[in-house]
Design a protein around this ligand. Structure first.
Ligand SMILES: Cc1ncc(COP(=O)(O)O)c(C=O)c1O
Length: 364
């Protein structure tokens, strides 16, 4: 069994995909055209925000959003170290300094205390990552604390398309919300893609210019620090095919997660603490002290797993000894213990059962 099955997705929607692709080919307009505009409009509506600007991928979305809220070289920006290095990569590209926050052991995302401690060190902005599809439980409170302190908030929603917090979708709480549409995401294209959403016109205007050479209008460069980070028409057309299915896919993901959390009963396996509508089950990551042994056991049962993520950002080889003195106990423990089980909408009930019985049958 695969960790995710994109073939099953493509097969299920092949006719709609073919007709979207044909529409793009027939029109002969391939980058930033009517398909992109239509998808941006639909996704902004879906997220309940005023503005959506698409970009080329989720890492660009983070970098461009940070630049759009005026993060500059030398600024200190708080982020987590358990989310695959994407935000840190964006910060390093800007020349900003990551200030790593630890996360809660059970939700695997930040809590109020961790953000307050970061604010006290004088950060210019905070990136809030809704990891594994879990909306940060205190999102509203955290964003108001940041606002009161004059600290910008960028949400990383790359794993949380459609997750709700207090009846609103994530991404619209901070100054900007960043998405990836990498194929395996809850809403994925058939190639790379990303977006920045916002309620703020000025920030969205900055994103719009930063994604295309800093242009105010063709060949008139108004902003430095820009790039080419455009979405292509083909990906936008495919995303428009998939968006109407996102809520149903998320519901199926949640159903699988619920089956795991109630039916996997093993003394050496710890389940994530998740909510209801605030969790869109992008990844179902259990914890096990003997994670690698469980992983090989599942492999023997032909079940693929993954580790998200094995190396915390502050311990990545590229960081050298910069953060050698930093200790993030929960983050470091999670890196050694988390294991992602297959959890995707196309899974059959029989496959879900197979995972459950294989984990339960682990002779730890
Ligand atoms: C939490 C998180 N942030 C950012 C990204 C970056 O997105 P992309 O791969 O589209 O650059 C990803 C996904 O890969 C992610 O999981």
């Amino acid at each position: 069994m695969l960790i995710t099955d994109l073939n099953a997705r493509v097969q299920a929607y092949r006719r709609e995909i073919d007709s979207a692709a044909a529409r793009v080919l027939d029109r002969g307009w391939f980058v930033l055209g009517p398909e992109v505009e239509a998808f941006e409009h639909a996704f902004a509506q879906y997220c309940g925000v005023l503005h959506c600007v698409s970009v080329a991928n989720g890492t660009d979305a983070l970098e461009i959003a940070l630049r759009a809220v005026n993060v500059r070289a030398g600024d200190r920006v708080a982020t987590v170290a358990n989310a695959g290095m994407y935000t840190t990569t964006a910060l390093v590209a800007i020349g900003a300094e990551p200030v790593f926050m630890d996360v809660d052991l059970s939700t695997r995302v930040v809590s109020v205390d961790q953000v307050e401690q970061a604010i006290a060190t004088g950060v210019r902005a905070v990136v809030l990552t809704h990891l594994y599809g879990q909306a940060i439980p205190d999102l509203e409170r955290i964003t108001s604390i940041c606002r009161a302190a004059g600290v910008s908030v960028v949400e990383d929603c790359a794993q949380a398309h459609g997750a709700m917090h207090q009846g609103r979708r994530v991404g619209g709480f901070g100054d900007a919300g960043c998405f990836s549409f990498y194929p395996t995401k809850n809403l994925g294209a058939l190639g790379d893609g990303g977006a920045v959403i916002s309620q703020n016109e000025e920030i969205s205007g900055n994103v719009r210019r930063l994604r295309q050479y800093g242009w105010r209008s063709k060949y008139c460069v108004e902003l430095l620090g820009a790039r080419n980070s455009r979405m292509d028409e083909m990906q936008a057309a495919i995303l428009s095919v998939f968006l109407p299915h996102l809520d149903a896919w998320n519901a199926r993901r949640r159903e699988i997660a619920r089956a795991y959390s109630t039916q996997i009963q093993h003394r050496d396996v710890i389940h994530p603490t998740t909510g209801a509508q605030d969790y869109v089950a992008h990844l179902y990551a259990i914890r096990a002290a003997r994670r690698d042994a469980l992983r090989s056991h599942l492999k023997q049962h032909d079940i693929a797993t993954d580790v998200h993520y094995p190396i915390p950002d502050h311990q990545q080889p590229a960081m050298g000894s910069q953060h050698a003195a930093l200790c993030l106990p929960n983050t470091e423990r999670l890196a050694n213990e988390v294991l992602t089980l297959p959890c995707y909408p196309e899974m059959t009930d029989a496959q879900v059962e197979q995972v459950i019985s294989a984990v339960n049958g682990w002779d730890a």
